[in-house]
Design a protein around this ligand. Structure first.
Ligand SMILES: [Zn+2]
Length: 267
């Protein structure tokens, strides 16, 4: 834990923004668009990823009355460093995900059922993602940032890439299954190292922690995971003058294709 906390400090939000002055309150040019979303769909490579990365934002959105879905792409069967009965672990993780969703106020849970650590590459996964988006009709889609430096878990990279391409190509009826009856949603990538939106989650932080704790099979006896969440949330909180915050990079379609201009700037 200590070593990890040190590493986090070296890559602080201040460095990402290139300045050290705290901004007061929620921050980001795309924040209004995220907050205005009436329907929000999240894609989670594994059960628990959404709670860790966006649980606070979702709890606030649920309180505002947004309709929220989480699509869990894999079954979580490899979520143990012990030899376990994987089918039983899948059932356990479904129950845990149900509880976590209820705590946050999520309305709809969907499972795509791919085997954990065997999520197929983006071009194979994309039709399932496009179908989900076209039937749910979200205003905002959230998934993990697949472009984290040195990210080695391909489940995270593949889901992120497939979701990005699905959002980009959403309005093309000739690409992917389903009928296009909704506008292309805004995309926000959570657990990012290059945020352009930082959300104050002070009032809902206990809920976020509870939703993570609902994934009991993923908690070890130490408080390592929760300490990490507190530390990272506090680093971003400091950036905007509150206790705890979550970082996102929210993108327009224009920013997701042939964008040769400097971007990800806070102004
Ligand atoms: Zn994961």
């Amino acid at each position: 834990m200590k070593a990890y906390a040190g590493a986090v400090k070296l890559r602080s939000p201040e460095q990402n923004f290139g300045e050290t002055t705290a901004i007061a309150g929620d921050y980001g040019p795309m924040l209004a668009r995220m907050n205005a979303a009436a329907r929000i769909l999240c894609f989670s490579p594994h059960p628990d990823d959404t709670e860790f990365s966006a649980g606070g934002f979702l709890a606030k959105a649920a309180a505002r009355g947004s309709y929220i879905g989480i699509t869990v792409v894999s079954d979580g069967r490899k979520g143990s460093v012990e030899e376990v009965d994987e089918d039983r672990l899948v059932e356990t993780r479904k129950r845990e995900q149900d509880r976590a969703a209820k705590i946050l106020g999520v309305n709809k849970l969907t499972w795509l059922g791919f085997r954990d650590s065997e999520i197929p590459e983006p071009r194979i996964l994309r039709p399932r993602i496009m179908e989900s988006i076209r039937s749910f009709k979200p205003d905002l889609v959230i998934t993990l940032d697949p472009n984290l430096p040195y990210e080695a878990h391909l489940d995270h990279v593949y889901v992120g890439r497939a979701v990005m391409e699905s959002v980009l190509l959403h309005s093309h009826p000739g690409i992917g299954p389903g009928t296009v009856t909704s506008k292309r949603p805004t995309l926000a990538l959570a657990a990012t190292s290059r945020p352009n939106v930082i959300v104050n989650i002070d009032t809902v932080f206990p809920k976020k922690i509870q939703s993570i704790q609902a994934h009991e099979s993923q908690m070890d006896s130490s408080s390592y995971l929760l300490d990490t969440v507190r530390e990272i949330s506090a680093l971003y909180g400091k950036r905007i003058g509150c206790r705890y915050a979550e970082p996102f990079i929210a993108l327009t379609a224009e920013e997701m294709h042939m964008n040769i201009f400097p971007q990800f700037q806070p102004e």
